[in-house]
Design a protein around this ligand. Structure first.
Ligand code: ADP
Length: 462
């Protein structure tokens, strides 16, 4: 009984520390708006990088012709061909996914890009005649490259560093478009890279094609990020000629947000300290798919240590990073059986906890609920911060125009309770009335088609 009481005490304390009542979320919104403004004013030294994407034109839905996309952002890359039919005609797309062999992820730049370009060439050469571009015209490609890049024009950008397990010699510091172009020409493939695109910007473009009211794109997957359409005058740090379109598409890199207004706990501090990038990406570490499962494990570990919970000695697996993943907690969170059977099964399978008592399973369920709810509400606050920044939160006198947020990512798509909590907090923050004009729409894999569209919008032939 003493043990259960102690566990309850730890849990209550944790719940309190994670609490996100509306007043607190409002403070998160305010501090994020301030950080966005700081990032738009200064080149470095800000939490939010607020990177101009150099995208001059967004799709209108009237695009026509054949364009390609190449999406490199993880262990898989995707090549895609899209045929846009013009006004009201929609588009057709075909794509293929390839896995990058591990030795190429840690090898030489030319080997990696030769591999990619050769797959691209195979894909292109399998096209039938009516799908190839008109004579005298090069094929054009949008290149989605989800690594930190210092963009220098719509079709050039320098790789700052590799991430996500890539460690390829000879690419850092170079223009990745040039690197890809050289590899394409070594394959004797007649193709031009017309746009270099961050995945959020691709998602925005894909969303815009279908719906002209899309102003923001958000990724909630392994990591999190967002971009949005900003007025050109609102970007003081921009030194180039003013864009003809009057807008900038800004990649916020909001995963790196941090603020004393965020409800962090011992679990967040521990996770951060033991991460590959301590004190960076604090916001992302509180709410994205890569981390939510591990936060739950860390609170369970605290219960094992402080309350002697989950057996007489500390379970070995509970001390192992990533023993519990976000899909695991999402499955447990969906368990509505009175005895929490699914929770029990996953605790057994993933952490070797067997058998577990009902009270223990209930406590685990509560931890999951607290962490997922906090993450989802913070995500909602971040979206509202962007809406407020552009005067689209329904409170700034722009109440009647519609605003759409194009959302992509496995976390939002597959984690039902997370999505429900996010949508609930979103409506709470905006108010029922304003929320009628602001909607979040799932835009699955919009970034591939978006990159092809951005190639079309920045084509040298139109
Ligand atoms: P990425 O962000 O890696 O480009 P996705 O957008 O597909 O790719 O997101 C994948 C992430 O989504 C996974 O890392 C995982 O954290 C999360 N995810 C996938 N399936 C689920 C699920 N069933 N429940 C919760 N999260 C999930």
């Amino acid at each position: 009984a003493g043990q259960q009481q102690e566990a309850q005490r730890v849990l209550d304390e944790f719940r309190e520390a994670c609490a996100t009542p509306l007043e607190k979320l409002e403070k998160v919104v305010d501090s994020m708006v301030l950080e966005m403004e700081a990032g738009l004013a200064a080149e470095d030294g800000c939490l939010l990088k607020m990177l101009p994407s150099f995208v001059e034109n967004l799709p209108k839905g009237t695009e026509r012709g054949i364009y390609y996309a190449l999406d490199l952002g993880g262990t898989n890359f995707r090549v895609l061909r899209a045929v846009f039919g013009g006004p009201g005609e929609g588009c057709m797309q075909e794509s293929e996914i390839f896995t990058i062999p591990h030795d190429l992820m840690v090898g030489e730049s030319d080997d990696l890009f030769d591999f990619i370009a050769s797959k691209l060439r195979d894909f292109v050469l399998r096209e039938t005649e009516n799908k190839s571009p008109p004579p005298g015209r090069k094929r054009e490609l949008g290149f989605t490259f989800s690594f930190p890049v210092m963009q220098t024009s719509v079709a050039s950008g320098t790789l700052i560093h590799w991430s996500k397990g890539f460690k390829v010699a000879g690419t850092v510091g170079r223009d990745v478009v040039e690197v890809l172009r050289e590899a394409i020409s070594r394959q004797n493939l007649d193709m031009e890279v017309a746009a270099l695109v961050n995945d959020t910007v691709g998602t925005l473009a894909g969303g815009r094609y279908i719906n002209g009211d899309v102003m923001i794109a958000v990724i909630l997957g392994t990591g999190t990020n967002a971009c949005y359409v900003e007025r050109a005058e609102a970007v003081p740090k921009w030194k180039g000629p003013p864009p003809k379109s009057g807008i900038h598409v800004i990649n916020t890199e909001w995963g790196n947000f941090g603020s004393p207004t965020l409800p962090t706990t011992f679990a967040d501090d521990d996770l951060d300290r033991e991460s590959v990038n301590p004190s960076e990406h604090i916001f992302e570490k509180m709410m994205s798919g890569m981390y939510l499962g591990d936060l739950v494990r860390r609170v369970m570990l605290r219960l094992a240590k402080d309350a002697g919970y989950f057996g007489d000695s500390i379970p070995e697996k509970l001390t192992k990073k990533l023993a519990l993943t976000t899909p695991d907690i999402s499955k447990m969170h969906a368990d509505d059986s009175p005895t929490l059977e699914v929770v029990g099964e996953i605790l057994k399978k993933k952490l070797d906890l067997d058998p577990t008592r009902l009270e223990e399973r209930r406590v685990v369920y509560s931890i999951i609920d607290i962490i997922a709810r906090r993450g989802a509400r913070l995500a909602a606050a971040a979206i509202v911060a962007v809406l407020r920044k552009i005067g689209r939160d329904g409170k700034s006198g722009n109440g009647t125009s519609k605003t759409v947020i194009a959302m992509d990512g496995g976390l939002y798509e597959h984690y039902t309770k997370f999505r429900d909590y996010l949508n609930e907090a979103f409506v709470d923050l905006l108010g029922e009335e304003a929320a009628k004009n602001v909607v979040i729409e799932l835009s699955k894999d919009g970034s591939g088609i978006g990159a092809a569209l951005l190639a079309a919008c920045h084509s040298k032939y139109v």
